[in-house]
Write a protein that binds this ligand. Structure first.
Ligand code: G6P
Length: 367
């Protein structure tokens, strides 16, 4: 009812606005005197140094957090990472041992495939760490260790605040591993902690910019196809942006690694097709901008999402949304906000049942 929604039209909107708090509540208890303390990890520094491989297993949006995590862990902590959706992992005979950490990510802690994957990983002797939102859920109980995301109850089927809290948990974990394994210095760790602490206020700023996104979304209510492109972490953001849009608005959408466009998706670009391009990784600016030109030549209208100050992006985009400066590792947390708002306002504009999209369930407890 209206009271439960706290004055917001939908749970999804309310939960989007709860993201600054979800992020802060997830990192605050784990930052002490300039250090990252994750007691519930249950691993000594020595054990952290002995890890040979990380496997991330999840479904839906949580698996997109996994994709972001792979880029961060490999670059920051120099540990090989595999990411898999749980329904694939459990039947593919994965190679793991007691030096593998399997990170299982789940909002509900009840997703059947994710739970089965967890059991399989334990059977094979891996250490299983759950990143879970619902306290006392099955995955939380069965994992060897559990790191809770403190997003609070999430009602809307399309996840927003739990996703943001999962990203935060992953950042903490990567920073902890990177530091214990001497891959980042104390100075670097302090800098990252400062950037992390700035995220809630930055997310709030982006949420307050919703009017602009709403206006833009209203131009695309009749779109047939919308594409999301990016490279590296921006590709991971694209997957989540695309999923949000299609699940609640029923507009067909795909996320593509920008360099792979010419091997497929580009044939679907027509005059006026909207392509949302994520441009948050400075090292890849030139590459992604050339992909934006590629689709524009074929008639696409390009919306760029980039860092403040990257005025160059305006030249390759028809419409630009800016996010504040942050560490390249953390841009997902900011760039996802305009994409959530965009999906939300398109769905509202099309009269969709935003909180309960057809055919989808909040928690999938059957295989
Ligand atoms: C369902 C939900 C998704 C969610 C996925 C995984 O499909 O609709 O939003 O990402 O399950 O759920 P979990 O609770 O394991 O994070």
């Amino acid at each position: 009812n209206a009271a439960e929604k706290g004055g917001y039209e939908h749970f999804m909107l309310k939960e989007m606005y709860e993201q600054p708090k979800a992020i802060a509540d997830t990192f605050s208890p784990r930052l002490k005197n300039g250090e990252i303390i994750i007691e519930e990890l249950g691993m000594s520094p020595e054990e952290i140094r002995q890890v040979e491989k990380i496997m991330i297993v999840a479904c839906g949006s949580a698996s997109h957090v996994g994709h972001t995590a792979k880029y961060i862990f490999e670059d920051m902590a120099r540990i090989p990472v595999e990411v898999d959706v749980a329904s694939e992992f459990r039947y593919r005979n994965p190679i793991l041992n007691d030096r593998t950490v399997v990170v299982v990510i789940s909002q509900s802690g009840e997703t059947a495939d994710t739970l089965a994957a967890l059991r399989e990983a334990k059977k094979q002797g891996a250490r299983v760490l759950g990143i879970v939102n619902v306290v006392g859920s099955s995955i939380a109980r069965e994992a060897d260790n559990v790191m809770y995301t403190w997003a609070g109850p999430e009602i809307a089927v399309a996840t927003t605040k739990a996703y943001s809290a999962q990203l935060t948990a992953v950042y903490l974990l990567a920073m902890k591993f990177a530091y214990e394994r001497n891959e980042i210095s104390r100075e670097m760790l302090s800098e990252l902690i400062d950037e992390l602490k700035a995220l809630p206020i930055q997310v709030e700023m982006l949420l307050n910019n919703q009017g602009k996104i709403q206006k833009f979304a209203n131009r695309y209510l009749a779109a047939k196809n919308i594409f999301f492109i990016g490279r590296g972490i921006d590709y991971a953001i694209s997957m989540e942006g695309s999923l949000k849009l299609k699940e609640i608005s029923y507009i067909h959408s795909e996320a593509y690694a920008a360099g792979e466009l010419k091997h497929g998706t580009i044939s679907l670009v027509e005059e006026g097709t909207l392509v949302v391009s994520l441009v948050t990784q400075k090292e890849l600016y030139k590459k992604i901008m050339s992909n934006m030109e590629e689709v524009r030549t074929r008639g696409a209208f390009v919306m760029g999402v980039t860092l403040e100050g990257n005025l160059e992006a305006e030249k390759s985009a028809d419409y630009t949304v800016y996010i504040p400066e942050t560490s390249p590792y953390f841009t997902n947390s900011l760039a996802i906000i305009p994409l959530q708002l965009f999906a939300y306002y398109i769905a509202v504009g099309r009269g969709c049942d935003v909180d309960k999209p057809r055919n989808l369930a909040k928690s999938v407890t059957v295989e």
